[in-house]
Ligand binder design. Structure first.
Ligand code: AMP
Length: 433
């Protein structure tokens, strides 16, 4: 099936073919015609499924089909994302797919100066991609008007809730036209009761779209567990990278501190490495990501929240240096590899403390992961399991959702919603990533 049959305009089809896409992905096949009809959508789709083009293409088409001819340029489409990186990536997609259309777009997120964003908004923007905290900052300074929004997209809504953005989302909703007067598209990888509740309040008789979850379609990702003692993980990681000559490896740790420390240790081992997490400045995060994409940085060490939404094409290797506290995060992590039909490899280094986390993951995947003890790195059977620091040794989702606060929010935004941001050292599963 080709893109031609979906009802997209010539300008969009041209941009798609310039991207080299020949066939729509399953979520695109389902979502594009429905969104073009103006219906609300509740879509279960994870990063890596092509969901961004799935909502961006029809959104661009709808706006360009009904231009405003009164000379004004109010925000007509708003895309909310949980993280800065995802906002930047969605913004780049809007630019790419909309390059042959006369529409203006902007991206606003925290951690960078607000004035250039204000200047851009003042010049007129049709499509605004934003993280909730910075959007509210603009709203409170009256530098953005959301009263004319025709299309609202909530991207990775589950992650926005996990990050404690629910109050901010509700505040943003209060500034938009009501749900009968706008089109709303909600994308989420998972459907908790909270997501269903949010969807009930925001969507108007939505069409449901479900595409296969990554954990059932991940056959192209080879997954392996290497049992190893905690204090030998770093040595084993350096060994594997060197021995297999891995050139681009995304490594996950549970905490920001752990990410920094590991990146430093890998540098000492002679491997170019950078850490990416919520405490880094936006500039440092962008630099680390750019270095990784260009091949100058061989190992990118990331926490779950920082890595969420990273779009790195054809990433061959993902390593779980530490297993995540929340089993669903394992699926998100390995979704970084084997993307858009490419083969990938996901390796987990698992110490005795993490056996329960591994069992939780295997229960979610409904299968056991192959285990391989590597010669010279056999676990010492006399080492007993210890509780995991910086996260409960159990289900992170039982933690209060708002403890971690939003990564992107300014302090004022955190205060506005009554959440206290815990910068570090917290033992919430979400508090220190
Ligand atoms: P997403 O799930 O939106 O993050 O997209 C995942 C990746 O798939 C991105 O790198 C896109 O550029 C790519 N992609 C999206 N749609 C297609 C398509 N129809 N064919 C090939 N690649 C695609």
């Amino acid at each position: 099936m080709s893109f031609d049959t979906l009802g997209l305009s010539a300008e969009l089809l041209r941009a798609i073919s310039e991207q080299g896409y020949t066939e729509p992905s399953p979520v695109q096949r389902k979502a594009i015609p429905i969104i073009l009809q103006g219906k609300d959508v509740l879509a279960g789709a994870q990063t890596g499924t092509g969901k961004t083009a799935g909502f961006t293409l029809p959104l661009l088409q709808r706006l360009s089909e009904n231009p405003l001819n009164n000379g004004r340029r109010p925000v007509r489409a708003l895309v909310l994302t949980p993280t800065r990186e995802l906002a930047a990536q969605v913004g780049a997609s809007v630019q790419t797919y909309g390059r042959h259309l006369p529409l203006q777009s902007a991206v606003v997120f925290g951690g960078v100066k607000i004035n250039p964003q204000i200047a851009k908004l003042r010049r007129g923007v049709d499509i605004l991609v934003a993280t909730p905290g910075r959007l509210l900052d603009h709203a409170s300074q009256r530098t953005v008007d959301l009263s004319q929004v025709e299309i609202l997209v909530l991207d990775e809504a589950d992650r926005m809730l996990d990050m404690g953005f629910i109050h901010d989302i509700r505040k943003v909703m209060a500034m938009l036209p009501g749900k009968d007067a706008r089109q709303t598209l909600l994308f989420s990888a998972t459907f908790s009761n909270e997501i269903k509740q949010l969807a009930n309040g925001l969507l108007n008789r939505p069409e449901l779209i479900e595409v296969a979850r990554r954990n059932t379609t991940a056959e192209k990702i080879e997954q392996r567990v290497h049992p190893v003692d905690k204090h030998r993980k770093r040595e084993l990681l350096s060994h594997m990278i060197g021995a297999h000559d891995w050139r681009q490896v995304l490594v996950f740790t549970r905490t920001k501190h752990g990410a920094n420390r590991l990146a430093q240790q890998l540098e000492k081992d002679g491997l170019s490495a950078a850490a990416i997490h919520g405490n880094k400045s936006q500039g440092a995060r962008t630099r680390a990501l750019a270095g990784f994409k260009s091949g100058n940085v061989r190992v990118l060490v990331a926490t779950d929240i920082a890595a969420r939404g990273l779009d790195i094409d054809q990433l061959p290797h993902v390593v779980n240096f530490e297993l995540p506290n929340v089993p669903e995060d394992y699926v998100h992590r390995i979704g970084r590899t084997g993307r858009a039909g490419n083969e990938g490899e996901a390796v987990s280094l698992v110490c005795v403390d993490e056996h329960k986390l591994l069992r939780d993951i295997e229960r979610l995947l409904k299968r056991e992961l192959p285990k391989e003890v590597l010669e010279g790195y056999e676990p010492d059977p006399s080492i007993k399991a210890e509780p995991i620091q910086n996260g409960r040794n159990g289900k992170g989702r039982s933690q209060p959702r708002n403890q971690g606060g939003g990564r992107n929010r300014s302090r004022s935004a955190a205060k506005r919603s009554g959440n206290v941001r815990r910068e570090s050292g917290g033992n919430s599963a979400y508090g220190n990533r």
